[in-house]
Design a protein around this ligand. Sequence first.
Ligand code: SF4
Length: 333
Amino acid sequence: MSQQHSKKSESDVLMDIQGLKKFFPVKKGLSRLEKGSTHVKAVNDVSFQLRDGETFALVGESGCGKSTTGRTILRLTNPTEGKAIYKGQDIFQFNRKELKAMRKDLQMVFQDPYSSLNPRKRIGQILEEPLIIHKIGTKEERTEKVMEIMEKVGLQMEHYYRYPHEFSGGQRQRIGLARALVVDPKVVICDEPVSALDVSIQSQVINLLQRLQRELKLTYLFISHDLSVVRHISDRIAVMYLGKVMEEAATDQLFENPLHPYTQALLSSVPLPDPKARKERMILKGDIPSPLNPPSGCVFHTRCPHAIEVCKQTAPVMRVAGDGHKVSCHLLD
Ligand code: SF4
């Protein structure tokens, strides 16, 4: 984590996500199975702010709603409720034309870029496409821009004429990055960008992301289930469980002093940098409940080792527990 980023303050807010909800309707048969539930509550009242130039991470187990949060902010799927304020305007109110303009500023990098790379197009054409869509530059200027961004992400000039199937996983992720960055975005939503890669390639891509962030002054929303990766790259972290944020803090704060029982359980399973240091592993009982029928009160109460009676009935509110440290747990009341 860079010193420069840790000094970002609330006055640098670039994007403000307020009360975001995304519910998916379910088919009739399934809703009968789940006693009349009609919607999967994938994201249920999530709020956070992205600060200019930082890496803000959303972490949690698979199905916690972190990827849906990223996709909804970009309007790849429409929100059920909430606001996403960017440059003073609510993205969720944008019409088609406004959305197109916004997508130049906000780009996304996916876990598996291969599935979104047209196998019949050469890399040069794939990278030029976003520039054509946004009507940027002449043919010559576009070619120059594509070459420039290829160099920045570590691709060779000869790759310009190659097809996606000719590349390794790490190189494809570089192509995915180049495609996102060719239009000079401000914010990049990185959805599990290294989870499909080998560990040695992972660190190369992470280092590349960090270098590009410095050079191009990018802000990242980094979505991952991998706490070791997130610890390395992010300035601040929000921990999600069953569609809700449980805890939010600066990265060092979260790792040194996790306050929410779910964060404590997640962190207890991460290997420590010092092998001599010991910590007790906290094993959570049971499976993650269905987001079709989330538990009443605190959604974590069915697995929480510290649950008390009030947890079953009343949902805790997010409380400030220290400088920028927020926790949603009755134990802090
Ligand atoms: Fe556990 Fe209760 Fe805190 Fe939820 S509110 S995390 S159930 S102690």
